[in-house]
Design a protein around this ligand. Structure first.
Ligand code: SF4
Length: 274
């Protein structure tokens, strides 16, 4: 689920070009939704701070899917209020993703990084590799990279202190292509650093090197935009806290492989096989 104590943002790098939050904000604004009265302008929503206290069951929460919590117009005091909510509710796991890695590093000592808070930075190509260094230096207990939308190679990743890597291609009609080589280079680096690798999607079928990938089909249980198989496997590895070192290494290298059904099968047989 998502939780948006702020909405709106401003673009800061190439990864923002076709920002999903901007498109959605415009749509919701046009529909007259009060929370989006300011369209895509950065707006604080103090009333939303109470929302998580009403959730009955433990949730996996994407914080600020419609904004960037570390945007310069979000005061530290407000970020601390957001953290207080997350600190109060250890039964929920909160995932925060930012492109403002410098501000994250500047402010991190003023925030309480309980273990239910996972923090990641977006890196779309080598021009913003430096964001990873800022992430590495902070106190959080679980740090991840979102290499999405991947629009260029990332050949020299320093994954020390990083616990999870997610990779994905861009979707939408003007989407920029992702290359198989870029993805396999990242996968190889994850293996070398023993970091769980999660390949989310190709973005569009035309970017998928395997036109017969059954996960392109919307009825496949592992369906993702443009499909998500890579060299005939689905790589959906997660960081797991309860592995021994030996088990963890094995787990990472096995990459939670789910063998796909034989290729070139129609949607009905995919369904039957699963
Ligand atoms: S930082 Fe994220 S929310 Fe902000 S403009 Fe860029 S892609 Fe959109």
């Amino acid at each position: 689920m998502t939780w948006n104590p702020t909405t709106g943002c401003t673009k800061i790098s190439a990864g923002c070009k076709f920002c999903y939050a901007e498109v959605m904000s415009k749509r919701l604004h046009a529909m007259g939704i009060e929370k989006y009265r300011n369209n895509f302008k950065l707006t604080l929503h103090p009333d939303s701070l109470l929302d998580p206290y009403s959730w009955k069951k433990p949730q996996l929460v994407f914080v600020n899917s419609m904004s960037d919590l570390f945007h310069q117009d979000v005061p530290l005091k407000f970020i601390q209020q957001v953290f207080k909510v997350m600190n109060d509710l250890p039964q929920h796991r909160f995932q925060i993703l930012t492109k403002r890695a410098e501000r994250l590093e500047t402010l991190h000592r003023h925030l309480n990084w309980t273990e239910n808070i996972w923090i990641g930075v977006s890196v779309e190509d080598e021009r913003v590799n430096w964001r990873i260094d800022h992430l590495r230096s902070i106190d959080a207990q679980m740090k991840f990279l979102s290499l999405e939308p991947l629009i260029g190679p990332l050949k020299k990743l320093d994954l020390s202190g990083i616990h999870w890597v997610i990779v994905g291609g861009e979707s939408g009609h003007k989407a920029r292509p992702i290359k198989r080589k870029w993805v396999t280079e990242i996968r190889e680096q994850c293996y070398q650093w023993c970091v769980p690798f999660f390949f989310k999607q190709w973005g569009k079928p035309v970017f998928n090197p395997n036109p017969n990938d059954p996960t392109i089909n919307a009825v496949h249980p592992q369906h993702a935009k443009g499909g998500c198989s890579l060299d005939e496997y689905i790589s959906h590895a997660f960081p797991e806290e309860n592995y021994s070192e030996e088990e963890f290494t094995l787990h990472v290298h096995k990459d939670k492989l789910i063998h796909l059904p034989p290729l070139l099968i129609d949607s009905k047989s995919v369904f039957a096989l699963m």
